[in-house]
Design a protein around this ligand. Sequence first.
Ligand SMILES: Cc1cc2nc3c(=O)[nH]c(=O)nc-3n(C[C@H](O)[C@H](O)[C@H](O)COP(=O)(O)O)c2cc1C
Length: 202
Amino acid sequence: MIPSPFMLPSHSQLSALLRHRRSIKPVDLDHSRDVDRSLLSQILEDATWAPSHGMTEPWKFHLFTAESRQQLAAQMQEAYRESTPPAEFREDKLRKMGENPLLAPVVIACVMERNGGTKIPEIEEIEAVACALQNLQLSATAAGLGCYWSSGLVLDAPGFRTWLGIRAEDRCVGLIYLGWPRPDLNWPRSVRKPVDTKMVWH
Ligand SMILES: Cc1cc2nc3c(=O)[nH]c(=O)nc-3n(C[C@H](O)[C@H](O)[C@H](O)COP(=O)(O)O)c2cc1C
C-alpha cells in the first residue's frame, strides 16, 4: 500500500528519529525481555523496503534467539581462534564474542546473497544490504528497541561461513544485536561534524 502523504511522518519527525537512533551495545539491552516475533517480522519487512539495483533484493536475515544464540557464540569464538594471527589474538575479544550473543535477545546475521547473477557489481549488492540494515535500525528505534551493527573479520572466516551456509559469492555484512533497552539506560548521546564540512558546492 502506498501511504497517502497525511499518513507519513512529518519531515521534522523523521529527522528526529534519524538523530535519535544510537548504537546500543548488548550489555545495555534488557536480556530478560524477549522481542515478539510479530514485531521482529515487521522490522525486517521494513528493512526489505530498501532500494536495490535491478530489484535484486540481495538480503537474507539469519535469526538467532534463545538457545541458538549459544551456537552462534561458539561458532564466532571458533572462527576468531581460527582466523586471528597469534600476535593479534586477544583473550578479552574472545570472551566478548562468547558473551555478546547471550546478552541480546535477538541477533541477526545479515547476509548479502546474490540472486541475480553477477550483472550487478558486488559493491552495489553490499550497498543495498547496508540500506536495508539502516532501515532495520530505524524501524527498531521507532519501536523503542535498541540495536547495534557489529562487523569484523570473524564474519569472513571460512569456518563461520560454512557453518552459516554462505556461498562463495555471498558475504555476511554484519550482526545486528537487538533488544529492549535496559530500563535504567541513559540513552547515549552522539555528535556529528558540521554538515558544511561535508559539502562541496559546484
Ligand atoms: C558497517 C558498520 C559496521 C560497524 N561495526 C562495528 C563494530 O564492529 N563494532 C562497533 O563497536 N561498532 C560498529 N559499528 C557501529 C559504529 O561504531 C557506530 O555506528 C558509530 O560509533 C556511531 O554511533 P551511533 O551508531 O550511536 O550513531 C558499525 C557501524 C557500521 C555502519
